[in-house]
Design a protein around this ligand. Sequence first.
Ligand code: HEM
Ligand SMILES: *[C@@H]1O[C@H](CO)[C@@H](O)[C@H](O)[C@H]1NC(C)=O
Ligand SMILES: *[C@@H]1O[C@H](CO)[C@@H](O)[C@H](O)[C@H]1NC(C)=O
Ligand SMILES: *[C@@H]1O[C@H](CO)[C@@H](O)[C@H](O)[C@H]1NC(C)=O
Ligand SMILES: *[C@@H]1O[C@H](CO)[C@@H](O)[C@H](O)[C@H]1NC(C)=O
Length: 379
Amino acid sequence: MVKFVTFLLLTIVRLAVAFPAYDSIAGLSEREINKYITRNGVAEIPNPPLPLPKGQDGLKLVNDPAHPFIAAGPNDIRGPCPALNTLASHGYLPRNGVARPDQIITAVMEGLNLGNDFAKFLCYQAFLMNGNPLTNLMSIGMKTPLTGQDPPKPALVGGLSQHGTFEGDTSMTRVDAFFGDQAVFNETLFQGFIDTATKFGFNGTYDVNAAAELRNQRLQNSIQTNPQLVFTSPRILSAYSEAVFPTIFFVDGRLNNRQLTIDAARHFFDLQMMPTGFFRQPAPVNFTIVDPLVSFLFNKHPFSPGVNHGKNNFVLQPQTPPLSDFCGIYEDIVLRVIPGQYPKPTGALKDAINKNLGFFFGAVSAEHNCTQVFPFGRD
Ligand code: HEM
Ligand SMILES: *[C@@H]1O[C@H](CO)[C@@H](O)[C@H](O)[C@H]1NC(C)=O
Ligand SMILES: *[C@@H]1O[C@H](CO)[C@@H](O)[C@H](O)[C@H]1NC(C)=O
Ligand SMILES: *[C@@H]1O[C@H](CO)[C@@H](O)[C@H](O)[C@H]1NC(C)=O
Ligand SMILES: *[C@@H]1O[C@H](CO)[C@@H](O)[C@H](O)[C@H]1NC(C)=O
């Protein structure tokens, strides 16, 4: 009997991994599948989800009856990313905030219309720094036993809130880790977000001009106040991308004017909720759309990467790639950041990491001419 149940569970897990499901399979919820994988060690790693099919990749009501907002309960994990928090609160992601990379990619494509390559780029990057390659699970917030048995240290498996990995300094609505909880929404900082929109945005919205000013303000503020500020690769890229994202993805796709109202910003950042009747972007959003906006922000207030050696003592780091060097940042992630946590992986762990590195490069190379690098050999 036990054997049969195990066989059945294994079959269901195989099916679930082979066909990443939007909903439950044979009565087992995605969450139960995750729990099962947690108990049973090395998980099979499904291929990345495909782009949304033509004809199903357009404008769509996404705050719909199938995805009701339910506020996070005491055991549900939320973290530094307002988009993933919101997708979890609407059930596009498992509501407990622990998910597989393929679930996260599907969620951001379905819920916000991220382009497939862009979704894979963000997700595999984060997963390699913050996820558990053995169980194929990642927390969208703090570290949790729900991601299963950790691989050996110095691997962190810290979840998206882990400071100094993907999470970093100068966030728009979160304090630097030096000052407190780097993952939690901060109302004082959000008031600064509103002030910037009022001063610099069209009609008081958070638009690309407001984004350029806020991004620079947050950097200057950290330079002046945070003795341990780190603003180098890879954080520089996420910092600038994340300043742009709200002007795109948090704006209702029917209007799609790149002007985020304060009301909609309040919904996503603070309430972790889509506005009533919210429609996603009218077409998948790729690097071709985001890159020029990131450059616009940079050109308004150029900077060089560096770290503080004490307050207001910003020391440039010429060896770290600048924001304009996308392939350099890719190589820095793969050759420095990831081996920092996995110096000499072997066996199933190495296989799992290499597989995710391959998925990551697939996304990197889709719209950028980078050369693949192999920190652990090619096999
Ligand atoms: C697979 C997809 C994604 C992953 C893994 C991810 C991960 C993260 C992480 C780790 C942070 C914290 C960085 C920090 O501030 O220190 C973050 C912040 C942020 N993310 Fe995401 N994210 C994803 C997709 C998105 C999307 C689609 C949006 C669309 C709006 C978005 C918007 C933001 C914003 C605005 C912030 C900055 C919050 C702030 O500075 O106050 N993210 N994300
Ligand atoms: C929110 O941020 C402000 C400004 O950085 C800071 O003074 C305040 O202590 C933060 N609040 C919390 C609860 O961390
Ligand atoms: C400016 O914002 C108000 C609401 O805050 C809105 O009613 C009005 O249509 C907006 N004007 C323009 C030109 O977008
Ligand atoms: C990126 O998106 C734009 C706008 O939807 C589209 O025209 C373009 O073909 C896309 N580029 C790639 C490489 O997918
Ligand atoms: C891509 O990079 C290769 C190798 O550096 C180079 O030979 C090629 O011309 C580049 N292609 C484009 C389109 O930039």
